[in-house]
Each structure stands twice: as structure tokens, then as C-alpha cells.
Design a protein around this ligand. Structure first.
Ligand code: AMP
Length: 271
């Protein structure tokens, strides 16, 4: 357990953890703000977790800016930043991986086969190091939320998982550290994800419930964008990540950049 956690828990202070991979933006900071409202002490972890990246993915070029991150977190009033080294997280010979069967296997899990084992393993390790009362995750990564909630439930981990709404640019694009990869024409094209979600939410509000037609509404909007290549566009249940349901989930390549987004169609889409 971290010394800071031990001290604060000993003093009976409520402790919040916000796990991140750094390159912080307003989406991360919204998690931090909520954590600061709900806890007396907040720890933000920054660790670019190699085991959640597959071969050929962007682990090496993932944006890293430790100084700027530190400055943003100081300004936000965070009480401690935990930046574990690779050697601390995965010492030689550490081979254990957590596999959350079922919910981690479709969609993102199918497209990125090692991803959720890496996420579940690192989240379990961070929770074990920090022992927070609450841990904060973004709805932006909806399947990650489902995987983490199942992990916590199945392993009886004593932590409350708090989920924060997706923060978007004014045109609807969900904030993501990977948006930094987008060239100007790709950035313009990337609005197709939020635009597709908005159109499907309008169709749902007008009474459309046919899963295939909702799916088609998403695809039609995405496919008119020449720079976009759809990996998946589905409407699923938010807990099981299988149809039927009302959560629209998208993964789209825009140029060389893979973007994901989602929206609960039973709610109006707003930026
Ligand atoms: P990452 O650094 O990408 O691993 O993200 C750390 C946390 O921030 C995760 O729980 C994400 O879901 C969350 N997050 C990332 N982007 C956003 C966003 N645009 N709005 C809200 N939360 C976000």
C-alpha cells in the first residue's frame, strides 16, 4: 500500500483514485473534479500500461507529457500523483493476467484481444496499491467500465466504482489523448462519430426501437465520411455488451487513428 494511502486511511479520510495514462485533457480533469468533490483526498495515477496495448498498437508513440500533467493536477488540487515505474508494476517474472470472461470478449475485446486483460490486471494492481474508497472512470470507455465493474464485483474488491459523463469538444468529438494524432482534415472528419450517435438518439426519441434500423442509422452516417473506416457500430446492453440494448457503441478509424465513442440512446445527445 502507498504510504500516503496508509496515512490518510489511518486518519479516516475518504480516498478517491483516478487512474489515467497521462496526456491529460478536460475529460480526465472532470474525473478529478468529481473525485475532489466526493473525497477528502484524491490520488491520480499516471501509467502508460504496456500490457493493454497489442502488438503494432501505439504504446511507443502514445503521447506523454509528465510536466504538463503535473502542473494540471497541482492546479486541480490533487493531493498525490502516483507514477509507478514499469519495474514496480511488472517486475521480471510477473505473468499473472486477469481475464474477465464474457463482457470483455466482444467489440473492443474482439478488436483488441489483449486489451481488457491488460486493463483488468492494471486496475486490480492500482486498487491494491492505493486502496481507495472510490475509483473514477469515464463513460467514454463504456466497455472498460463494464469490465471494471464486473472485476470489482467478482473479486469482492472493497471499492465503489464511479462513472463520469463523457466530455466533448463543442462540435461533439469526445476528448481523447489520441485526438492529438489527427491531421486537420481527419479532425474535421472525426465529427462523424458524435454525429452518428446524435442521429441514432434522435431516431430512438422518435420511437425507433428496431436494433437493425438503429444500427443502420449509425452506419449510414459514418459511411458517408470518406476518411472514416467503421470497425464496429452496434447497439448493445451496457452491462453485457451484447444486443439487445440501448447503448450505441462505435469504433472508427479516421485516417490512421482509431477512435471510440458511445451514447445511451434513451437519453438526448448533448455536447
Ligand atoms: P486514459 O488516460 O485514456 O486511460 O483515460 C483515463 C480515464 O479518463 C478513463 O477512465 C477514461 O474513460 C476517462 N476519459 C477519457 N476521455 C474522457 C472523456 N472525454 N470524458 C470523460 N472521461 C474520459
Amino acid at each position: 500500500m502507498l504510504a500516503a494511502s496508509r496515512k490518510w486511511r489511518g486518519e479516516g479520510l475518504a480516498l478517491g483514485l483516478v487512474p489515467t495514462m497521462g496526456a491529460l485533457h478536460a475529460g480526465h480533469l472532470s474525473l478529478v473534479e468529481q473525485a475532489c468533490r466526493e473525497n477528502s483526498r484524491v490520488i491520480v495515477s499516471i501509467f502508460v500500461n504496456p500490457i493493454q496495448f497489442g502488438p503494432g498498437e501505439d504504446f511507443e508513440r502514445y503521447p506523454r507529457d509528465p510536466e504538463r500533467d503535473g502542473e494540471l493536477l497541482r492546479t486541480a488540487g490533487v493531493h498525490a500523483v502516483y507514477r509507478p515505474s514499469l519495474a514496480v508494476m511488472y517486475p521480471p517474472g510477473s505473468t499473472t493476467r486477469i481475464h474477465v470472461a464474457g463482457v470483455s470478449e466482444g467489440l473492443e475485446g474482439a478488436a483488441r484481444p489483449v486489451h481488457f486483460d491488460g486493463v483488468a490486471t492494471v486496475v486490480a494492481k492500482l486498487l491494491s496499491a492505493v486502496e481507495p474508497d472510490r475509483a473514477y472512470f469515464g463513460q467514454k470507455d463504456a466497455q472498460q467500465v463494464a469490465v471494471v465493474k464486473r472485476l470489482v464485483r467478482d473479486l469482492d474488491l472493497p471499492v465503489e466504482i464511479r462513472v463520469c459523463p463523457t466530455v466533448r469538444e463543442s462540435d461533439g468529438l469526445a476528448l481523447s489523448s489520441r485526438n492529438a494524432y489527427l491531421k486537420p482534415d481527419e479532425r474535421r472528419a472525426a465529427v462523424c462519430l458524435s454525429s452518428a450517435l446524435r442521429q441514432a438518439a434522435v431516431a430512438y426519441a422518435e420511437g425507433e426501437r428496431d436494433p437493425e434500423r438503429l444500427r443502420q442509422t449509425l452506419r449510414t452516417r459514418l459511411e458517408i465520411e470518406p476518411l472514416a473506416h467503421v470497425e464496429y457500430a452496434e447497439v448493445v446492453d451496457p452491462r453485457s455488451f451484447t444486443p439487445p440494448g440501448s447503448l450505441a457503441v462505435l469504433a472508427v478509424r479516421v485516417g490512421g487513428t482509431r477512435l471510440i465513442d458511445n451514447h445511451d440512446l434513451s437519453k438526448p445527445f448533448s455536447t
